[in-house]
Design a protein around this ligand. Structure first.
Ligand code: FAD
Length: 318
């Protein structure tokens, strides 16, 4: 079922969802099931599976010269989605990127998803890979998430890249996109970022999932601004419990968001990461309660391989 239908059918009840990362190459899929199993009692209508681009590493050869090797550290997004739908009978949402994909690759990827009965996709641009300063699209690829959304929406209308196809079947994907309550790191300001977020919706996206935030007011202000801009689709907040002390520096650096003083003070006081996790979970519980009371349709948790912390929150909320 489509995310928009899940929201409609819930009749105003706040639902629980979460995101998982494919395991590192060489790991068994059981590690994914072990992560999902404890969270199934909270009836997630859908589970997101992230997509990870290839990275390059340079290996020294016998002649002393360096040779570029392509490494895919977390392959398996599509296979995991198929396995989730099969095992749990829950909608799995693969993330799909502009980065690393030509439009032809994108089309073929979407054909696979369609054949697997996957009805939702999360369309993203992706970040620059480690050895790039700025994001660089493939030569024949989409440059922005908005372009990717337009390509998916074309397929939904039965328009493929090969315009000589005979009676092509339209796909029927529900398309989600990312939103940034504290603006995307490259955007010159929030209004400019919202202009392009609106374009993603105009191109065919029907719901938004936000970057994580730790101050609900930032989310509420963002939703208000979106509505003023005429963005009317459901906006699903992304939440993450802090679980280690190092995250108080890593999260702002990596995701370009602020952490409130009140949270920082409590984390800094902690003697070990067990105590940090307790603080992080309690903070996320309070955030979740307020969002639930505000009638937010879905709370989406970035579990990042830590189902224990997400379960502790879900037990209090759902
Ligand atoms: P876009 O919407 O394309 O925006 C990127 C920047 O370009 C913004 O600053 C925007 O304002 C600007 N912009 C947009 N359109 C235009 C235009 N036409 N002209 C000029 N400027 C424009 N990354 C992964 O690698 N894998 C994942 O699975 C993944 N999942 C994510 C899930 C969520 C919910 C979120 C919030 C992020 C996720 N990311 C993931 C990270 C994401 O790929 C990065 O944040 C990336 O830098 C931007 O992606 P986007 O889709 O928001 O890009």
């Amino acid at each position: 079922m489509k995310v928009t239908e899940h929201i409609k059918n819930a009749n105003g009840k706040t639902q629980f969802s979460f995101e998982i990362l494919p395991p590192l190459k060489g790991q068994n899929i059981q590690s994914i099931f072990d992560h999902i199993d404890p969270l199934m009692e909270f009836n997630p209508p859908f589970i997101d599976v992230t997509y990870h681009r290839e990275e390059y590493i340079y290996k020294e050869q016998e002649n002393g010269l360096l040779k570029k090797h392509i490494v895919k550290k977390r392959p398996g997004t599509v296979g995991i989605c198929a396995a989730i739908q099969n095992k749990y009978k829950v909608d799995a949402i693969p993330h799909i990127l502009c980065g690393g994909f030509t439009k032809e690759d994108t089309e073929n990827f979407l054909i696979d998803l369609d054949f697997l009965g996957i009805e939702n996709v999360m369309a993203l641009r992706g970040d620059a890979v480690k050895n790039e300063t700025y994001f660089r699209p493939e030569k024949e690829g989409n440059a922005y998430a908005g372009d990717l959304v337009a390509q998916i929406q074309s397929m939904n209308q039965g328009i493929y890249l090969d315009d000589e196809m005979q009676n092509p079947c339209p796909t029927n994907f529900c398309i989600g996109v990312a939103g940034y309550p504290e603006k995307h790191m490259e955007a010159p300001n929030l209004d400019n970022d919202l202009h392009f977020l609106k374009k993603k919706i105009q191109n065919g996206a029907t719901y938004i999932v936000t970057q994580m935030f730790f101050d609900n007011q930032k989310f509420f202000d963002f939703v208000e601004k979106c509505r003023k801009e005429g963005i009317e689709v459901p906006i699903i907040p992304g939440l993450k419990p802090i679980t280690t002390k190092s995250q108080i520096n890593m999260i702002p650096h990596r995701f370009h968001i602020d952490l409130p003083d009140e949270l920082l003070i409590e984390v800094i006081k902690c003697k070990d990461n067990k105590a940090v996790q307790e603080v992080g979970v309690e903070w996320a519980i309070q955030q979740s309660k307020e969002l639930q009371q505000a009638g937010i349709p879905v709370l989406h948790y970035y579990s990042m391989g830590k189902s224990e912390a997400v379960k502790a929150i879900a037990k209090e909320i759902f």
